[in-house]
Design a protein around this ligand. Structure first.
Ligand code: GDP
Ligand code: MG
Length: 440
């Protein structure tokens, strides 16, 4: 795909900004890739709309091709739509914390229940109780008991003749008495969604008030994934998604479908039949897989690098001219986080070799950049361009907006003045005062 994209777009003359035709040509290929990855049609549509609105008119940065530019936008939007990295189970509640597992039969609920239980007990040292609410298939309860034993987690004793709600209540009671931290409720599934199943799951939910309701879904289900997700979310309400069979051949389009339809985070991913095959969700990886391009990663990285380098260069140019307002400083702070801190940016200025050791000794805490940037971002554009207008009352407002103290705002302004001075003196050919600007 990336090759086709680049091909289409590179054959177009450079126009500075991406035109609607450029973008539409590229999006036809993207659309095909998404459908091949089994992303649901409606999600494909809303995704391409999002990309179109972002891409049309976007400036093509000088040193990347229009093709790379679109690929980068598509990739970034895909990652954004897939959601944040490092979503975890939320178990912050009064124990025993109920976790309800829902999904179609065969989606991997029982297996995933055991996988999560193992992780919680081994990694997080939680005392977990498993309970199977699958009253229809006698083997299902037995299956969970066997898995529980395998991972060293207790299972609720089986009492024949009880309904799902009864078992769920019994599990909560047993957990309370036994001092358990977490109760994992594994529900019965059907081959397709039906009212009776939904009703039963809803009743269990009412009876136990679960802190997490995890929808377990097979990553290979494709277009159907949407209906499943929508039905469970609207009738029961889910808090997160676990995608199983991500070890399979599928491109993982279900991840995008599920997420697009429910807006709920994908919290974990099943990557095999073995009990330890459970992983965190990595939106970047899944995005690459959905787009199905081996070389997209390097392409995107290259584009991103070039874009960053150009921005840094622009700032360096401005700095050299002695023009350096708080907006420049904010952008510089953002760049610093990316290019490896103060050293990276200063290293781009000419004539810095001699004072490199001084820079290195300055020992700057790069984590502070984010906080400083927050301060600048809570100023008005006028204030950023004219720092002198920031008197006491404005400073107070800015500090409150950024969640810092007025002293922090003062410190930032002082640092900005020092940096601007250094820039000015360097612009004139001198290099004095850099140490002071760095806080030495
Ligand atoms: P349930 O009906 O939803 O409880 O599904 P099960 O947990 O019984 O799983 C059905 C089948 O899927 C079993 O053979 C599991 O071993 C298998 N399975 C579950 N999760 C995964 C996974 O992440 N990858 C693979 N390859 N197989 C899985
Ligand atoms: Mg099961």
């Amino acid at each position: 795909l990336s090759e086709k994209l680049s091909g289409i777009l590179d054959s177009l003359t450079r126009r500075g900004a991406l035109s609607e035709d450029d973008v539409n040509a590229a999006l036809r290929e993207v659309r095909r890739a998404l459908l091949e990855a089994d992303v649901a049609l409606e999600v494909v549509r809303s995704f391409t709309d999002r990309v179109r609105s972002r891409a049309v008119g976007a400036e093509v940065i000088r040193s990347v091709t229009p093709g790379q530019m679109v690929v980068k936008i598509v990739h970034d939007e895909l990652v954004a739509m897939l959601g944040a990295e490092g979503e975890t189970l939320d178990l912050e509640a009064v124990p025993p914390v109920p976790v309800l597992m829902v999904g179609l039969q065969g989606s991997g609920k029982t297996t995933t229940t055991a996988k999560i239980a193992r992780r919680l007990s081994e990694r997080n040292r939680r005392k977990v109780l498993l309970a199977s609410l699958d009253t229809r298939r006698p083997a299902a309860m037995e299956q969970l008991a066997v898995l529980g034993e395998q991972v060293g987690v207790a299972t609720l004793p089986i009492v024949p003749g009880q309904g799902a709600v009864q078992i769920a209540k019994r599990a909560m009671e047993a957990a309370r008495l036994g001092g358990y931290d977490v109760v994992m409720l594994d529900t019965a599934g059907r081959v397709t969604i039906d009212e009776e199943l939904m009703e039963e799951v809803a009743q269990v939910k009412t009876a136990t008030n679960p802190h997490e309701v995890l929808l377990v879904a097979d990553a290979l289900t494709g277009q159907d994934a949407v209906n499943t997700a929508r039905a469970f979310d609207s009738k029961v309400g889910v808090t997160g998604i676990v995608l199983t069979r991500m070890d399979g051949d599928g491109r993982g389009g279900a991840a995008l479908s599920m997420r697009g339809v429910t807006g709920k985070p994908i919290k974990l991913v099943g990557t095999g039949e073995k009990i330890d095959a459970l992983e965190e969700f990595h939106p970047q990886r899944v995005a690459n897989r959905i787009l199905g391009m081996g070389d997209i990663v390097s392409l995107v990285e290259k584009a991103a690098e070039t874009i960053d380098a150009e921005k840094a260069q622009r700032i360096a140019d401005k700095m050299r001219k002695g023009k350096f307002d708080l907006e420049d400083m904010a952008e510089q702070l953002a760049q610093m986080e990316k290019v490896g801190g103060m050293k990276g940016v200063l290293g781009m200025l000419p004539g810095m070799g001699k004072i490199r050791s001084q820079i290195e000794q300055a020992n700057i805490d790069d984590s502070i950049f984010r906080r400083q940037r927050a301060v600048i971002l809570s100023m008005t554009p006028h204030e950023r361009r004219n720092p002198d207008v920031l008197k006491a009352s404005r400073k107070k407002r800015v500090a409150a907006g950024a969640g810092v103290k007025v002293e922090d705002v003062n410190r930032l302004l002082k640092q900005h003045r020092q940096m601007a001075d250094v820039m000015k003196s360097m612009g004139k050919g001198g290099r004095g005062g850099l140490g002071a600007a760095l806080g030495n």
